[in-house]
Design a protein around this ligand. Sequence first.
Ligand code: PEP
Length: 249
Amino acid sequence: TFLLQFFVGGNWKCNGTKDSISKLVTDLNSSTLEADVDVVVSPPFVYIDQVKNSLTDKIDIAAQNSWIGKGGAFTGEISIEQLKDIGCKWVILGHSERRHVIGEDDQFIGKKAAYALSQDVGVIACIGELLEEREGGKTFDVCFRQLKAYADVVPSWDKIVIAYEPVWAIGTGKVASPQQAQEVHQAVRDWLKTNVSADVASKTRIIYGGSVNGGNCAELAKEEDIDGFLVGGASLKGPEFATIINSVT
Ligand code: PEP
């Protein structure tokens, strides 16, 4: 049994306005949240400063992306140094929308993760298979390949949270069953044990993402190797996000 501190992230993606975000922050600030849960929210870059200046300091900020190295002549990119400057402690990397909509590959994502960690910014390292990969029996192959791309380059695992997000479950309303999620989480932990170390396997949080909501979080949270959640749609509703945070068991 692993007794790791629960970790819940809210990925707001490319949603929100100054007004809607102000309301969401107000709702989060007035929610009662379990004390022993690490909580982060991930606003669009342009609203990070607004959120940082208004949100309870019990919740940290994660960026939704970062550049692969030090800033400079990289039009349109945001550097880790800038993210640190405005108070981000974490960054989400390898999200399926970056992989499959934007076209980022394992190596590019690995570079971003290595650089963020080298600058002491934590990484929510996403992995997960497409529907056709699951149906083709390739779920473990894909997840292990994506994990290896991180493992090959990261300087340490102290500030990595792994997010298993089956792509077929993201934004679809089709949540993985607790058994489907647990099976992959356990396989990921075993992979870490074999390929990194027993210590890293026992200390690394493995969180689940993909259509988590206030109604399905409690059952998922009971699984031994589910150490929290990465939440998209339901994180845009303050009270529901609080329910998910408080589903810790
Ligand atoms: C996500 O994008 O990380 C995610 C899990 O989205 P949703 O909860 O909306 O499926």
